[in-house]
Write a protein that binds this ligand. Structure first.
Ligand code: FAD
Length: 357
């Protein structure tokens, strides 16, 4: 009756995980834009958190070393721009190349799934049930039908916008720029500046490049981004130079239960498309993988939408609990108090570097 049991739109960590798991028992169509040069690169810090490492370890997955980048960093330099306070905190991230990570995750999808590199143009609910998906690939416009559709297409999800247009999410604009590394030693930082954003910014060094990015309210986002760069270079010695790449995208920041949408009537949302991203740190890979795993579990149930919604209750609760952390990170007085207290900070003594022999 349908061409496929399920159509997955988007092969980031969420879509690739779901397609890999579902392909064992279902006929899967997976559509996503090409990755990397000339295609789509997800603007991302490319830091794999310990939660994401745990999510991968549930599948006994280990990372190939060519996904890693140089250097691996063990602490975050936290900077309060307004008060000038700087503190270092230990972190257990893996520094990786996001394009290569996405390609690797997609490579794990079994051959039984049909993977198409193209762009989803529309999703239509059919009267008889199921969905028609129109897309373009290198050969032109095509259509397929599927019993279920899974929106794994990120913050700006076309699936969510087509099928749940009434859903409104709290969103920010994330801007990232890449520079040739000119700083004396590579570092990872997290920056707070209430004058330019009620969110945070970050920098990370990767394979000879220095990346600076931040999340901003949509109004004047570019101006505020440039202002932060100026302050960081004037007051904190950040070395930017001429950007080699500028990228921007929408990023969601869930605040209430209404900021999540798991789908209805045969349509499902996973990963960031569902609003599953940390509102405090913008860590999203673990939630993407975990929500995909839960949907793969739920989709065989008699009422898969109900089952998926129930299974993701813990995700929603954990993300809302992360909101409780926000005042201590984002309220200027509380943040200053936490930073001044020295709680969990580490003392850092810079080391002179010499080239390896
Ligand atoms: C600037 C920034 C930095 C971040 N840094 C980190 C970090 O360091 N660590 C971390 O854990 N999280 C980070 N996040 C969050 C993380 O990137 C996301 O939460 C995570 O990628 C969500 O995974 P996903 O699979 O749900 O969606 P995505 O990774 O966004 O994947 C969506 C996929 O859908 C495809 N797609 C979208 N629309 C279409 C369409 N119309 N047709 C075909 N394909 C489509 C895209 O090509 C993409 O492959 C960051 C986010 C931002 C914005």
């Amino acid at each position: 009756m349908f061409d496929y049991d399920v159509a997955v739109i988007g092969l980031g960590p969420a879509g690739s995980t779901f397609a890999r798991l579902a392909a064992d028992s279902m006929k899967v169509f997976a559509l996503s834009r090409p990755v990397g040069e000339g295609g789509f690169s997800k603007p991302c810090g490319g830091l794999l958190s310990s939660d994401a490492q745990k999510a991968l370890s549930r599948f006994d997955l280990t990372l190939p070393k060519d996904i890693l980048v140089d250097p691996q960093i063990f602490s975050v330099r936290t900077i309060d721009l307004k008060s000038g306070l700087i503190r270092h905190y230990q972190r257990f991230y893996i520094n990786l190349d996001r394009d290569r990570f996405d390609s690797w995750m997609a490579s794990l999808i079994p051959n039984s799934a049909d993977i198409v590199r193209g762009v989803c143009r529309s999703i239509k609910r059919l009267e008889k049930g199921g969905f028609e998906i129109a897309y373009t690939d290198s050969e032109g416009e095509k259509r397929i039908t599927a019993r279920y559709v899974v929106g794994a297409d990120g913050a700006n999800s076309a699936v969510r916008k087509s099928l749940f247009p009434q859903k409104k999410f709290r969103s920010y604009v994330s801007i990232q720029q890449w520079f040739d590394e000119k700083n004396d030693s590579p570092f990872y930082s997290c920056i707070f500046d209430p004058d330019t954003s009620d969110s945070c910014s970050w920098s990370i060094s990767k394979d000879g490049k220095f990346i600076f990015g931040g999340a901003f309210a949509p109004e004047n986002c570019r101006e505020m981004f440039e202002l932060q760069k100026q302050k960081l270079s004037e007051k904190f010695g950040f070395k930017f130079g001429v950007p080699v790449k500028t990228e921007a995208c929408m990023v969601l920041r869930p605040k209430t239960l209404a900021d999540f949408c798991t789908g209805e009537n045969g349509a499902f949302l996973i990963g960031e498309a569902a609003g599953f991203i940390s509102p405090s740190s913008f860590e999203g890979v673990s939630w993407a993988i975990n929500s995909a795993r839960l949907l793969a579990q739920a989709i065989a149930a008699q009422n898969p939408n109900k089952s998926y919604h129930r299974l993701t209750r813990t995700i929603r609760l954990k993300l809302l609990l992360k909101r409780l952390k926000c005042p201590f990170m984002y309220h200027p007085l509380l943040r200053r108090w936490v930073m001044k207290s020295g709680l969990q900070t580490i003392e850092v003594t810079p080391t002179q570097r010499r080239p390896l022999e």
